[in-house]
Write a protein that binds this ligand. Structure first.
Ligand code: C2O
Ligand code: CU
Length: 503
């Protein structure tokens, strides 16, 4: 276990008491035992890390809407609906009646017009996660609140040099983000490549998790789960439990994987198959990179080539230690974060003719050689909050950046438009925090003491428990107010978010 400060130890001792009386939640923590990896998914429909589970139905693809002549126009109805989740009838929140919502396929230079209609009984809004578009007015403006029964017309214009890649959309109304995504509000956005990449099949794979009560409603979440960053009992791929994907040996597929989970990290493996990473988050590396494991923090995406080899492989999420609140039952809260089977990949039949080569891309710009206009430090902390001092129960921890909880009215960081800055993200807490900045992608320079080799662009950078990361950001193309926050969206809702203004 990581060393913890005396102050935290006292504080977390108080939390331990809360855990002990939390009933069902306490049971759930004891299920997540690091000594028994096969029990880790015990709350995920029995699809733990042990023997390969029986695959479910064929994978369903979300509906797709594709831009034509430089534009895509659509209506997104956010409303409660009855859908099947993990083989169960559920009452969830849907975009256009489905979970996930439709996939939006765009090209650089496109205009995207979305009419969001709020059929919920609470406010919502829309964020296009990772897109390099304006944060102002009717574009990617998270300060807009769309009230129940109302609609809003969003207009986004992608620059003509917008990086290709995998993006996604989800609500961003502060205080309700985690609940609305957990209930089913998310969908994929693909920005197509300028050149074709020869593949037999392209799949959009949205990973989510949620918990249903016995009536099929989305289960309520305790304050403890919010502080930890909830992990749902059902681990889903396009709303299905362990769906079946089939292919012929020798074919090359392209998988666009999105981690839409509120708090769950995905350490992914597909043993026995050849995996090549084209990119993560925004942009593509010049050459596909051979990998055997991928870590997707909440919010991250992977653009992956899979060359099929005969046999049956399980796309698995392996346990990942994202820290937690030590002192609670003598262990971290989620010692085996994410574990479970996500899909079964069945490869059989005649061998296909080998696919054509993947063209290399020009090298990405490297901000390590850029002139830095400002250096900043952002400190991500968890500390005692109201009603918690002295080990009191019923209170919430404070989730802060530079000591402050989110306030929409306050601008925390002011940046000169057109400049490059270097930010050091410091995590003083015993839990990982995946840091997300809207609009402007970050180049990872140093990851917890390790200098990064080739150019790595991310819009979610995981800052390890008691660790740090350094990034450089080019504040180009757009000005205006936007936000950065922890993408464990419970933490964001609890205040771990700040306002940036570029001007
Ligand atoms: Cu995917 Cu500000 O979030
Ligand atoms: Cu966090």
């Amino acid at each position: 276990m990581r060393p913890i400060s005396r102050r935290n130890a006292v504080l977390l001792g108080g939390l331990g008491t809360a855990a002990a009386v939390a009933g069902g939640a306490g049971l759930w923590w004891s299920l997540n035992s690091p000594q028994q990896p096969t029990a880790v998914g015990g709350n995920s429909g029995g699809n733990g890390g042990g023997a390969a589970p029986a695959p479910g139905a064929e994978l369903r693809d979300p509906a797709e809407l594709r831009s034509a002549n430089g534009r895509l126009e659509l209506t997104l109805d956010a409303a409660p609906g009855r859908v099947e989740l993990g083989g169960r009838q559920a009452r969830a929140l849907c975009y256009n009646g489905t979970v996930p919502g439709p996939t939006l396929r765009l090209r650089p230079g496109d205009e995207l017009n979305v009419r969001l209609v709020n059929g919920l009984n609470e406010p919502t809004n829309l964020h296009v996660h990772g897109l390099h578009v304006s944060p102002q007015a009717d574009a990617d403006n998270v300060f807009i609140a769309v009230l129940p029964g109302q609609g809003f017309d969003y207009r986004y214009r992608l620059p003509s040099d917008h990086p290709p890649g995998v993006y996604w959309y989800h609500p961003h109304h502060h205080g309700m983000v985690a609940d609305q995504i957990f209930a089913g509000l998310f969908g994929a956005i693909i920005v197509e490549d300028p050149e074709t990449i020869p593949v037999s099949t392209e799949r959009v794979l949205l990973v989510s998790d949620t918990t249903l009560d016995s009536a099929g409603n989305i289960a309520a979440v305790s304050p403890m789960e919010r502080m930890a960053g909830r992990e749902g009992e059902l681990l889903l791929l396009n709303g299905q439990s362990n769906p079946l994907l089939t292919a012929q040996p020798g074919t090359r597929e392209r998988w666009r994987i999105i981690n839409t989970c509120v708090g769950r990290f995905l350490r992914l493996r597909l043993d026995g198959q050849q995996l090549q990473l084209l990119g993560m988050d925004s942009g593509r590396s010049p050459e596909p990179e051979t990998v055997d494991e991928l870590l997707l923090a909440p919010g991250n995406r992977a653009d992956l080539l899979v060359t099929a080899a005969a046999g049956e492989a399980v796309l698995q999420a392996l346990p990942y230690d994202r820290g937690g609140m030590p002192g609670m039952m003598g262990q971290g809260l989620f010692p085996g974060s994410g574990a479970g089977a996500l899909a079964t990949f069945r490869v059989s039949g005649a061998s296909a003719t080998p696919p054509g080569a993947v063209m290399s891309r020009p090298a990405q710009e490297d901000l390590r050689t850029a002139a830095v206009a400002a250096r900043r430090q952002l400190v991500l902390s968890m500390g005692a909050g109201q009603g918690m001092r002295g080990g009191g129960m019923g209170g919430m921890m404070r989730f802060t950046i530079n000591g402050r909880e989110y306030s929409e009215a306050r601008t925390d960081t002011t940046v000169a438009a057109g400049t490059v800055e270097e930010w050091t993200l410091v995590n003083t807490s015993p839990m990982d925090h995946p840091f997300h900045l809207h609009v402007w992608p970050m180049q990872l320079i140093n990851d917890n003491g390790r200098a990064v080799g080739p150019v790595v662009m991310r819009d979610v950078v995981n800052v390890r428990a008691n660790g740090r990361a350094t990034v450089r950001i080019a504040f180009r193309d757009f000005s205006g107010r936007s936000v950065y926050h922890c993408h464990i969206l419970d933490h964001e809702d609890l205040g771990m978010m700040g306002v940036i203004e570029v001007r």
